[in-house]
Design a protein around this ligand. Structure first.
Ligand code: NAG
Ligand code: NAG
Length: 441
């Protein structure tokens, strides 16, 4: 069950055909567990891969065109909620006439928002677009399995969904938002994948109740893969929370490539956090306040080392030269301006914990604002989540690192547009979008 800014709750299933046509379902829900379907949107269109992105390495820019968008309401209440959203502007008032009056609503009827008979694009007026298809990437990796051989997982990453909600208008997108696993490659049965994949606009998937866990941060949490952020950053994260004195430590390992193999710099930050209070806006979420009071920086490549060496004196650490691979404390200079680290710093956070079907504890941390800023006021507190971190086992904390990737393949994808396209096109098939992908930090 994905949570988008707003918050909106949805599941998605996209099918790509070899002739570039695609059809997509977006199932919307009233609740954060995706158990009460509100309305379903079906879209048909065409997508064309254009060229390797200059901004986000490893990604391909794409054009898409929607031929048809329809909406089905699963309750009268859902119709009223959508109609209310339309009552706001003149253009959308015209669109409101496409929807039936609440009294005339027919369960199962498909109302066309865009298509042969619709002279106006009412899908966009309602915020149903496919801007996420402007940026695509497919990646394969081996996922370790408890007590079984690793399995090959293929994931689809799509463009970022902007956190300022109200319409996904800003283009082009520079980050990835979503991770989808290709159903065909699930040797291991995935209950939710099956439900979403077999659903249609008349039979929206109803997900099983999540195994919600009370927020217990104690322990070490790591990224389960290479994460992407909008400002063209790739990183892995490792957090340690000390419950008894309410302090935390974070290691942010930054990389220049989407496989997280070429390190650029590492930030180690520590501070304190408050007691959590249940979120009124996002059910199941907990609001906390984090304080960052100390930070250390380690440059990991020549470019960053030189940049720090030549930065304004006093802007990042005390006097003295930087050298590659050597950590320095930047607390006394209130952070490190060249890297955008300011101290002391406060963040208004949203967390939640869940357990995945394999019994692994997952920690969801709030999505970062798309403009690259941080949630430093209560108003900017996130309403959606990044890709979850996983809890390290108590006895054998694994070193922070990625799951083994098929490096040759992944590097091939990142290496050039032609190779990348060859890799992507035959890979088209049916994708299920399983979770959010962070725009992090
Ligand atoms: C909190 O406890 C941990 C582990 O016991 C320790 O490493 C850390 O320095 C403590 N932090 C503060 C702020 O006291
Ligand atoms: C950083 O400065 C030191 C001292 O001036 C110098 O020896 C070193 O080569 C510089 N490193 C880089 C990467 O510029």
């Amino acid at each position: 069950c994905e949570v988008r800014p707003g918050p909106e709750f949805l599941t998605r299933s996209y099918t790509f055909h070899p002739n570039r046509l695609f059809h997509a379902y977006q199932f919307y829900y009233e609740d954060p567990s995706c158990q009460k379907p509100a309305h379903s949107v079906l879209m048909k269109g065409k997508v064309r891969l254009r060229r390797a992105s200059w901004v986000t390495r490893g990604a391909t820019e794409a054009d898409y065109h929607l031929h048809k968008v329809g909406i089905v309401f699963h309750s009268r209440g859902a119709l009223l909620a959508v109609a209310e959203r339309l009552g706001l502007s003149q253009a959308s008032q015209d669109c409101a006439r496409r929807l039936p009056p609440a009294g005339a609503w027919l369960p199962g009827a498909v109302y066309e928002l865009l298509g042969a008979q619709a002279e106006q694009d009412c899908a966009a007026a309602l915020g149903f677009t496919m801007h996420e298809l402007s940026l695509v990437r497919v990646q394969r990796h081996l996922q370790p399995q408890p007590r079984a051989p690793s399995r090959l997982v293929e994931e689809l990453y799509l463009g970022d969904i902007h956190t300022d909600s109200g319409g996904e208008t800003a283009l082009p997108t520079h980050g990835y938002s979503a991770t989808a696993e290709r159903l065909q490659h699930h040797s291991h049965p995935c209950l939710v994948c099956g439900l979403v994949s077999h659903a249609d606009e008349h039979h929206p998937p109803v997900l099983p109740p999540p195994v919600a866990l009370a927020l217990r941060l104690q322990g070490r949490w790591v990224s389960s893969g290479c994460e992407a952020r909008p400002a063209v950053l790739f990183l892995t994260r490792l957090f340690t929370f000390h419950g008894h004195n309410r302090s935390w430590e974070g290691h942010y390992h930054h990389f220049s490539d989407p496989a997280c193999q070429q390190p650029t710099f590492t930030v180690y930050a520590t501070g304190r956090y408050t007691n959590g209070t249940p979120s009124a806006k996002v059910r199941g979420g907990t609001e906390l306040v984090f304080e960052v009071t100390r930070a250390h920086v380690t440059p990991m490549d020549q470019v960053i080392t030189a940049m720090l060496n030549f930065s304004k004196p006093g802007s990042c650490g005390g006097p003295g030269a930087w050298s590659m691979g050597t950590e320095r404390d930047v607390t006394a200079t209130n952070g490190c301006m060249p890297l955008g680290i300011r101290l002391p710093h406060v963040e208004y956070e949203l967390f939640k914990m869940e357990q995945d079907p394999r019994g692994q504890s997952l920690l969801f941390i709030g999505q970062r604002p798309t403009d690259g800023s941080s949630p430093d006021t209560p108003e900017k507190r996130p309403t959606s989540f990044q890709a979850p971190l996983v809890l390290c086992e108590k006895r054998a904390p694994r070193a922070l690192g990625l799951m083994p990737t098929l490096s040759a393949h992944v590097q091939g994808l990142a290496a050039g547009a032609s190779l990348w396209r060859k890799a992507v096109l035959p890979a088209f098939g049916k994708f299920l979008v399983l979770g959010g992908w962070g725009t992090l930090q």
